[in-house]
Design a protein around this ligand. Structure first.
Ligand code: SF4
Length: 358
């Protein structure tokens, strides 16, 4: 629920409106996971609440920790679906990569999630609860660490689940709740042009990342079938019209696939495409998984590609794979544990109170 939803719900229960806000703040500001924790409510109200509402949508089924400190959480929904969420420490910052769907329908050929197909959308509560559970886990293992940035880059295409994605951002950024800054949130899309246009008209303003991965339509048609519907020309036209706020840039993700899109001529084509777009390019050497027939380019090829991009004037960053030893890196999320698809669930108990998310 958003805060107005919670207030309307309280009124529908025959309670004063402010009770909705009280309960909502316990959940979203203070991270309560049981009604008993809500100490400023009367004992009678606390006793009635479990008959009228449920708290928390997800349970932690498994946590895997990479050698580089990345943690992958496998979380289970009330109807038994598994999703994954990844915590990536970087200095004193921690970025969480969250899922927006169970599986994905977009079918990018290099992506392990695509092989799951789309099972269903996550609701806004299931998106938000990934953050609260992860913050709780961090509080247990590294009490001084907070989630500083959120990226909608886990399982699923966020713009395919548009309403729940926008609602989840409204909840997470509300100053009476977790209060995350909009600039700390990035939504990544494969390029659903009509939804990009819609997002540009919203009052929420996350950063935008676009999974481009190809310098021309021929290659993009092959590795991202969505390009046959909204090709690079249509995508870039929508991005150029997108109302970017001052000093913000669009991030283009470019998964580098050996022998497919990693040649110097591709860098040249890319620079021509992106001319005039306020952007930066993240080069992501492909992270191997068994479901796709690609290979990561050799280090020399990666370096040459990046150098050419820079020479051509594109702000270009090479993304170091994080968590690839636990199948947590970009493009690897497919509910695997130790390389095996879905293992029997190990439900763990949850946890001490959640500190507020910065
Ligand atoms: S890369 Fe993203 S949009 Fe493409 S199939 Fe994977 S999860 Fe879906």
């Amino acid at each position: 629920m958003t805060l107005p939803d919670a207030e309307a719900w309280a009124v529908a229960q025959g309670w004063p409106r402010f009770r909705g806000e009280q309960v909502w703040r316990w959940v979203h500001d203070r991270g309560a996971r049981s009604f008993d924790e809500m100490s400023n409510l009367s004992r009678e109200t606390r006793a009635e609440l479990p008959e009228r509402a449920q708290l928390g949508c997800l349970q932690v089924a498994e946590v895997q920790t990479s050698q580089d400190g990345t943690r992958k959480l496998r979380l289970v929904t009330r109807d038994g679906q598994s999703i994954e969420s990844v915590l990536i420490p970087d200095g004193d910052k921690t970025t969480q990569c969250i899922s927006s769907q169970v599986g994905c329908a977009v079918d990018c050929q290099f992506c392990a999630t695509a092989k799951m197909g789309l099972k269903r959308n996550l609701d806004a509560g299931e998106i938000v609860d990934q953050v609260y559970l992860a913050q709780r886990l961090l509080a247990e293992v590294e009490p001084t660490r907070r989630i500083s940035n959120l990226v909608y880059m886990g399982m699923g295409e966020p713009l395919h689940n548009y309403d729940n994605m926008v609602k989840s951002i409204r909840i997470l950024t509300h100053d009476k709740g977790a209060g995350l800054g909009q600039r700390r949130i990035t939504v990544s899309t494969a390029g659903l042009v009509p939804k990009l246009e819609k997002l540009g008209k919203e009052d929420v303003r996350p950063n935008l990342a676009v999974s481009l991965n190809a310098p021309n339509d021929a290659i993009r048609d092959e590795i991202m079938p969505i390009n046959r519907k909204w090709n690079i020309g249509k995508l870039l036209a929508a991005l150029k019209a997108y109302p970017l706020e001052q000093r913000r840039r669009i991030t283009f993700e470019y998964v580098l696939l050996a022998g497919v899109n990693d040649q110097l001529e591709h860098a040249m084509q890319l620079s021509k495409l992106l001319r005039g777009v306020k952007c930066k390019v993240n080069i992501i050497p492909w992270n191997p998984h068994p479901e796709a027939p690609y290979q990561r380019p050799a280090r020399a090829v990666i370096d040459a590609f990046q150098a050419e991009c820079k020479r051509l004037g594109m702000p270009t960053y090479l993304r170091t794979p994080r968590g690839d030893d636990i199948d947590a890196a970009c493009g690897q999320l497919a509910n695997r544990s130790n390389g095996e698809a879905i293992v029997p669930l190990r439900i763990r108990k949850t946890a001490p109170p959640l500190p507020a998310v910065d």
